[in-house]
Structures are given as structure tokens and as C-alpha cells.
Design a binder for this molecule. Sequence first.
Ligand code: GTP
Ligand code: MG
Length: 347
Amino acid sequence: MAVKDDLRTPIVCVMGHVDHGKTSLLDNIRGSAVVSGEAGAITQHIGATEVPIRSIVDKCGNPGLLDQFVVPGLLFIDTPGHHAFTTLRSRGGALADLAIVIVDINEGFKPQTIESLHILKQHKTPFVVVANKIDKIHGWNPQKDSPFMASYNKQSEHVRTSLDNKFYEVIGELYNHGFSSDRYDRVADFQHNIGVIPISAITGEGIPDLLMVLLGLAQRFLESNLHYDATGPGVGTVLEVKEERGLGTTIDLILYDGTLKKGDTIVVGSLDEPIQTKVRAVLKPRVLSEINVEDKFKQVSKVTAAIGVKISAPNLDGALSGGSVRVATPETLETVVEEVRSEVEAV
Ligand code: GTP
Ligand code: MG
């Protein structure tokens, strides 16, 4: 097997309570330092990061696995945990093919943990739960970037018991909210049982296991949903409307189907009439970078789903976060305007 051209990158949404470690997890996967540069350590916007399959497989420490996977990589979307951002989170949940719900193992479930679970249940999105911050368990002996079991086996009996107790509290809380779950290595059927993975976003312990489980889920449950028509008209969702120096008003969007080109006519959701405009520039963040921190964009002539891109075009001022963006031709324009209008009403 090898990467198939007609499979798009699965979109993985990272959700959970404020400060439970969403950005740190992506940071670790990405190997950069978004957290340290963030104002007030609160993520104010949804960002996106594409991680190619090769980097994921390297991170799992087993390059031989490359042949086993057909997805081109994973596109991670970070969502803010603060309660004021419910709509943004809900939007992220609707967009996701897969999700990670992150919970601080030492704090347990909090309101936004529960809210995330409900959003995913409502959208029928497959997800895994990570029990984060295992390195904060008293007496923990960190094993940088180690698979979970290897690290677990190196802990003292006392520490292992402490982890087990906290871990089973998470399993119990999931049960109380109507989800049957178990430690990921004991889950045979991820469709009926939620896999829970103990990790540390700081030391990287358990992250190889998380990535393997995500890839497995993507392969097993999504392959049939990920076939797309790369040559079809681009379809996406606006994450953010942003003023950029030298570019005017731009939109950051996640393109989840088809192709978007410079010069394309696009229809963009707005609280007024849908906006009809022409793409002046398609600006791409570099692979392994974060839209929110990337200030030098690379102009490209076209992009294909799934990808997070910035679009510069005239008249974007009234564009609506969470609204759709659709490429139109003179023949389809009227229908597309109607589609975008009804999608905005549903936001
Ligand atoms: P919001 O975006 O504000 O919702 O928070 P978040 O979920 O993105 O949390 P973030 O990654 O910003 O982490 C919050 C704090 O917890 C930071 O100080 C991190 O360094 C710390 N942290 C995150 N994960 C871990 C972990 O695994 N171990 C330890 N010791 N600290 C962690
Ligand atoms: Mg964050």
C-alpha cells in the first residue's frame, strides 16, 4: 500500500477544557513552540496544522510503517477551551473527520470536556480521549517521547497505581456520560468503544501511541469518506476573518473538498447577501507550521483539500466566521449563492 492520490487528508479536531493541553499537544506533534508565544496562553482562534504522514510515522519511531497507510497525513485543528468560544468549538467539531478530546488526568472532567463530548456525539464524529499530563503524577520518572507502555513499565509500583487510579476515574466519567471506553491497547472495536490514551504533551510520552491510533481510525473508518474529487470546485469553512498588512481583509479557511485557484470566483457566507468575489491570492502556510503564528505566507496558484489556507480577495469585510466558501463558475453561480445562503442560516 502507499498514499493514494484521491484520498484527502483527514481533519482532526483537538478539543477539551481550557488549559488541559490542546495547544501543547499540537506543539509537541509539530515540534515548535506556539504555546510560549501565545498571549495569555489562551488560544483565541482556531488554527490548523498539516502534518505529513512521513513526519507522523517518524514520530512513531517506525519508518517501516509508511507502507501501511494510505492517508497523506493529518490536518489538526486546535480549538480554544475557554467557555466564551463555544461557537468556535462547535464549528470545529462539525468540520472534523476525527477528534481528540484531551483531559488533564489530574483534574478530571470539566464543563468543556463534557461539552466537547456532546458536540462529537451530535455530529457522530469518531474520537479518542487522551488523559494528559501524566508527567505531573507525583514521583513520575519521565521517558522522553517514549511509547506509553515502555514508560509505564519504568515507573515505580506506587506511581503505576496512582496512574491507574486516575486513569480509571476518566474511564468512569466517560461511562457516566454514556460512553463505553477502555485503555486504547485493550480496545478491539474503536467504533463501539472509545480508546483512552495516557500521554504527556510535555515529555511526549504516549504520543507515538496516540498517532498510531489516529492513523488506524482514519484508515478503518474514514477511507470511504475521504475519497474526493480533487478537480471539483473547492468547498471550505471560514475559520477567521483577518486584517493583514498589505493584503487588506483576508479569510483563513479550511478547504475540505475540491480545488481552489487564484482567479477563481468564490461565494462567501455573510450575514447580508453572500459575497461574490475573485480570489486575488491563495496564501499557504508552510507544512508543519501554524496559521496563527505564520506571518510570511507563500503564494501558490492553487490548493486542494484538505488544507488550511488564507485567501486575499476584494470585498471580504462582511465575511462570516463559520460560514462557507464555495468556488463557482458562471454556470453554477446562482445555485452556489443559494447553497451558501442556506449554509449561513444553519450556522
Ligand atoms: P486553551 O487554549 O487556553 O484552552 O488551553 P490548552 O488546552 O491549549 O492548554 P495549553 O496547551 O496552553 O496548556 C496549558 C498549560 O498546561 C501550559 O502551561 C502547558 O505547559 C501545560 N501543559 C500542557 N500539557 C502538559 C503536560 O502534559 N504536562 C505538564 N506538566 N504540563 C502541561
Ligand atoms: Mg490552546
